[in-house]
Design a protein around this ligand. Sequence first.
Ligand code: SDX
Length: 441
Amino acid sequence: MANDTLTITDNRTGKQIEVPITHGSIPTSALRQFTVDENDPGLLTYDPALTNTASCKSKITYIDGDRGILRYRGYDIETLAEKSNFLETAYLIVKGELPDEERLKAWNHNITMHTMVHESINKFMDGFRYDAHPMGILMGTIAALSTFYPDAKDVQDLQSRRLQTRRLIGKMPTLAAFAYRHLRGLPLVYPRNELSYTGNFLRMLFKMASDYTPNPVIERALDILFILHADHEQNCSTNAVRAVGSSMVDPYSAVAAGIGALYGPRHGGANEAVVRMLEKIGSVDNIPKAIESFKSGEERLMGFGHRIYKSYDPRGKIIKKLAYEVFEVTGKNPLIDIALELERIALQDDYFLKRKLYPNVDFYTGIIYQAIGFPETMFPVLFAIPRTAGWLAQWAESIRDPEQRITRPRQLYLGEAPREYVALTKRPEPLEREDQVAEDI
Ligand code: SDX
């Protein structure tokens, strides 16, 4: 059997090295052996956006982008969506195994006991403008939580990591609901611990003058959506949590960084952008024109495409089916007709097929959230709540990993050669440069 090594020759010097291939990868630090003289620090690899670089070893989530497979700790997402619930799935992702009855009961209790937030949080919630984007509110309040729990800085202590994990998973729905109530100018509704995770969240969001009992269909649909969004290996926001966490800062600060990354329209903010796109298209008759704008690069077909999935995102299939279960209760969201027709036409168009652009997790979620009654700005918040379990599992795995150190990538310096300082009175007209800062400083 051929040995698992790679032989690399530097044709500048004829030097040859043999590097081990493990888990389908090579240690790129070996390339530093290739130098041309004693001043040469050795070769780097250049991989903008880390498209072909493994930044860590992980046992949490497995994705096969070509076959459309997604597994948490070895369990298919389809099975978990059908048979599990979010808190059980969060336990699986964080702890690595499905819990037995006793452990699940303890886990549910431990999360539920951390749904309340310090009253001071409510005071600075009022500091946000009436129309502040709830993702900005969430990012700010989660970062601020780090000031309430100075013990969270002890990231090397297992019990502290476990306590912050329970606190963050427990408090996310409360802070998200508080942000929504702030936007609506409504009084805050406090958690009720006898309700389920999603039932409690729905009540904190939608309780008005009389009490509120969550509709079981909506409660279960949200629970399934939370399962589907719980983790997704080294996506942009998880990478942010790991990188920020690698400085040994507390997990609240690291999760706040993850929320910031998820906020962007190319990541979790896409679900909000999809509904705005569908509303702008307005009717199936306008789809051909919209398709042209996507193909020309003038606009992006939001909710389509993925760095890893080069086939249908398995989560998208489940969500598309779930939409109709929700519509049984809420009434059909007419945007679904535009979305289905847009998908049908795009998946017949060579531009999308050639680039392997298929609907991703964000294509249908916003249509469901809107039907339930969420405003568009809340859609990425509904992504951040369940992803907190994944972020914390990934963060803890990184802290425990003896091979991990502070994240500090290298660069290829293409800037100026050394030059002398010129006195102000003697300086020539500055050169026009492509990276020129704005003239009106
Ligand atoms: C999530 O990473 C994760 O796992 C993320 C996520 C998770 O669970 O954490 O799955 C959640 O963020 C899903 C993705 C949500 N984002 C969107 O729906 C936004 C629209 N999609 C794109 O912006 C894009 O597809 C990305 C950001 C998702 C992926 O970007 P890549 O891998 O960097 O691909 P690319 O931008 O280099 O595009 C490759 C080509 C380009 O065309 P050419 O230069 O070859 O001519 O495909 C084109 C792009 O222009 N393209 C699109 C497109 N996505 C890519 N063209 C039109 N519409 C699109 N949506």
